[in-house]
Design a protein around this ligand. Structure first.
Ligand code: CS2
Ligand code: MG
Length: 403
């Protein structure tokens, strides 16, 4: 059995911060886990370095479930994004080790492939509707079968998901939180026009998605969902903050537009009511923030009982280590829906060489043993941590709001 001999936390910033856990064993085989929590990276790095790693040394790396339970129950202070990201990193690294020792790509240990590839969605965005549709046509020409549309809002200086760069979207960009201004009324007027014009240009054979990014009330979300129904969106994401899971009953009363929620969730308990009352159609939890492969499989199986499919988060602030692990999960999970795919920059890809590849609108994790992602520690060392925050939002009257 492979004994854990040590572990290290690698913090690097090739354009944005990433936190990676590397667990080493007495068989010379190591595993990687993503531990990146955008805007709070050092909290997870310390949780791992100062509290988790001392407990790992000497343990049997094959005992993934036992170590998961030890870290979850043994923390006493259960759940939360920091704790569950740390547990996720350990879990992912141990699955990486197990698969490497077995000489198999991780998906083979999760039940084998359930599909030939993982359908992904790209991020079309622009300062206005015309620019957003141009961006969407670019993604369609690249072969994407699913495209998210995020456009600037007339009268607002900024809106969620609109990137300064053509392809790479990174929201955490200030060494103190940048203050944006928001108007739900302006936003609600602009999205139906975006979708009407996009459908007219892109046609009906491409899935179109949209992220409301926690900014509506349930009744506003019901109205937007109903306004978008003629354009058949694949999903409306994060329509309203999801602490109040019962609030989604109001959305369901007003629209058949599919709902996707969960990228900020970190355990099955955050989404239990949403799933069992079928208040959502896609669960967005992902490997790095929801306790790793082990817990994500539990969430997916619970979702499958209630006709809810997966739609894992895959933003640039989730490292290629998370993307690689997620793709093995996606390839195998029976109730797969779609995988988000915000491409990383060339600098990031150089720090994290990986086996996954894109073709014809699908990603595939590759056939390398393990998760098929590595870290070049010499390259990582070239990019020291740089504090960065996600923006905050205020309404036009100055009221603090949701970003
Ligand atoms: C977004 C993310 O990808 C998404 O759906 O909600 O870009 C999110 O804003 C970032 O991951 C926050 O760090
Ligand atoms: Mg989102």
């Amino acid at each position: 059995m492979p004994i854990i001999t040590g572990a290290k936390v690698v913090v690097t910033c090739p354009g944005r911060n990433f936190v990676t856990l590397k667990i080493e064993t007495d068989q010379g085989i190591y595993g990687l886990g993503d531990a990146t929590l955008n805007g709070r990276e050092l909290a997870v790095a310390s949780y791992l370095q100062d509290h988790v790693i001392p407990c790992l040394v000497g343990r049997d790396a094959h005992r993934i479930e036992d170590i998961w339970q030890f870290l979850y129950r043994g923390a006493y202070w259960r759940r939360g994004p920091v704790t569950m990201s740390a547990i996720a990193a350990v879990d992912t690294a141990l699955w990486d080790i197990k698969a490497k020792i077995a000489g198999l790509p991780l998906y083979q240990l999760l039940g084998g492939a359930s599909r030939q590839g993982v359908m992904v969605y790209g991020h079309a965005n622009g300062a206005d509707i015309d620019a957003t549709i141009d961006s969407a046509r670019d993604y369609q020409q690249q072969g994407y079968r699913a495209i998210r549309l995020q456009s600037g809002v007339p009268g607002l200086a900024s809106a969620y998901g609109v990137s300064k760069d053509k392809y790479f979207y990174e929201p955490a960009d200030g060494d103190l939180p940048r203050e944006n201004q928001w108007s739900t009324e302006r936003y609600l007027r602009s999205v139906p026009e975006l979708f009407e014009r996009a459908r007219g240009v892109l046609g009906n054979d491409v899935h179109l998605l949209h992220d409301a990014h926690h900014r509506l009330s349930p009744i506003e979300a019901g109205r937007l969902g109903r306004d978008l129904e003629p354009y058949r969106p694949f999903w409306l994401e994060d329509p309203t903050p999801a602490e109040n899971q019962a609030g989604f009953r109001i959305i369901r009363q007003h629209t058949t537009t599919p709902i996707a929620v969960g990228e900020v969730f970190n355990s099955i308990w955050d989404c239990k009511q949403l799933i069992e009352e079928q208040l959502i159609d896609y669960i967005r939890t992902t490997v790095v923030h929801a306790g790793g492969i082990t817990h994500l499989r539990r969430i997916a199986d619970f979702a499958a009982l209630h006709d809810v499919r997966t739609g894992c988060h895959g933003a640039t602030d989730l490292s290629p280590v998370c993307m690689g692990a997620a793709l093995h999960f996606d390839l195998s999970v029976p109730n797969f829906g779609v995988q988000e795919y915000m491409r990383h920059t060339p600098e990031t890809d150089a720090v994290f060489p990986h086996a996954y590849s894109f073709a014809d609108g699908y990603l595939h994790p590759g056939e390398e043993p393990g998760i098929g992602v590595d870290i070049d520690e010499a390259a990582a060392a070239k990019y020291p941590y740089r504090r960065a925050y996600l923006p905050v939002n205020r309404l036009e009257d100055g009221t603090m709001f949701n970003w």
